[in-house]
Design a protein around this ligand. Structure first.
Ligand SMILES: Nc1ncnc2c1ncn2[C@@H]1O[C@H](COP(=O)(O)OP(=O)(O)OP(=O)(O)O)[C@@H](O)[C@H]1O
Length: 243
């Protein structure tokens, strides 16, 4: 199978003078249908890797992206305009060339999809954190991505809202969830919640200081003996994080 992403020795430098070496030689292949969790401590490079996958940063190294990739990136605190939930979705579609009337119809469908139809007229910025995250997911879903790049999608949500958003993410990433997905959606997300990683991921990539130190199927990642053989640092991270 042709990978969606094939990164070899990818480097990213950030800051005005490129003084922050945020990614240091990333080798990563992602196949269609995978559900990849990016884990690691603050500043390890997870967000930078997601932005690199989205094509938002200048990079060094070899970076192949399959021609059919339609990626959507959703941030932890999504940017919402000070206008209705419906407008927040419709404008994104209009900017992509949809006629306004059609954009509004599709936006309403997307809000229905995430359970926010009743809030279509509400100012997006006055919605709760969980509702705002669902609105951001609706805006992305309306554009029919086949790759979901999610940066700590439930970081600031209470347990109930977190589970609701997780359920949505699961259905979005499922095979055939959108017309653009064909074989199945692909999910790449960062998270500090290891329970969520277990629930959503099929594979876990552990980053430290801009490097990948472990890249394992989820069951192996959470097996202390297997993980210790691959990366003592990753094992220490998991033990430190487990309540
Ligand atoms: N715009 C920027 N300019 C300079 N340095 C940056 C910029 N954005 C991030 N960095 C630095 O790049 C490194 C990687 O940051 P990144 O946000 O990718 O980490 P992260 O793993 O997502 O962290 P967190 O878990 O806190 O979200 C850090 O040292 C960070 O301080």
């Amino acid at each position: 199978m042709t990978p969606l992403y094939d990164f070899r020795g990818v480097h990213v430098r950030l800051g005005p003078a490129g003084q922050v070496h945020a990614l240091r030689g990333i080798d990563l292949r992602v196949q269609p249908g995978e559900r990849v969790a990016l884990v690691g401590s603050n500043g390890s490079g997870k967000s930078t890797l997601l932005r690199t996958l989205m094509g938002l940063l200048p990079v060094g190294g070899v970076l192949h992206r399959a021609p059919g990739v339609r990626a959507a990136l959703v941030f932890q605190r999504p940017y919402l305009m000070r206008s209705s939930a419906l407008h927040n979705v419709a404008i994104a579609l209009w900017l992509q060339g949809q006629r306004w009337a059609q954009a509004r119809v599709l936006a309403l469908q997307a809000l229905e999809r995430v359970g926010l139809a009743a809030y279509a007229g509400r100012n997006g910025r006055t919605l709760s954190g969980g509702q705002q995250q669902r609105l951001a997911l609706a805006r992305a879903w309306a554009q029919h991505p086949n790759v979901w790049l999610l940066d700590e999608p439930t970081a600031s949500l209470d347990p109930q809202a977190r589970l609701e958003v997780e359920a949505l993410i699961r259905t979005f990433a499922a095979p055939g969830a959108s017309p653009a997905q064909e074989g199945g959606g692909t999910l790449i997300f960062s998270s500090h919640q290891l329970g969520q990683v277990r629930r959503l991921a099929s594979r876990v990539v552990y980053l430290e200081a801009g490097r990948i130190l472990a890249d394992l199927p989820v069951d192996d990642f959470f097996d202390p003996d297997v993980l210790a053989r691959h990366s003592p640092q990753a094992r220490a991270f998991v033990l430190g994080e487990t309540p």
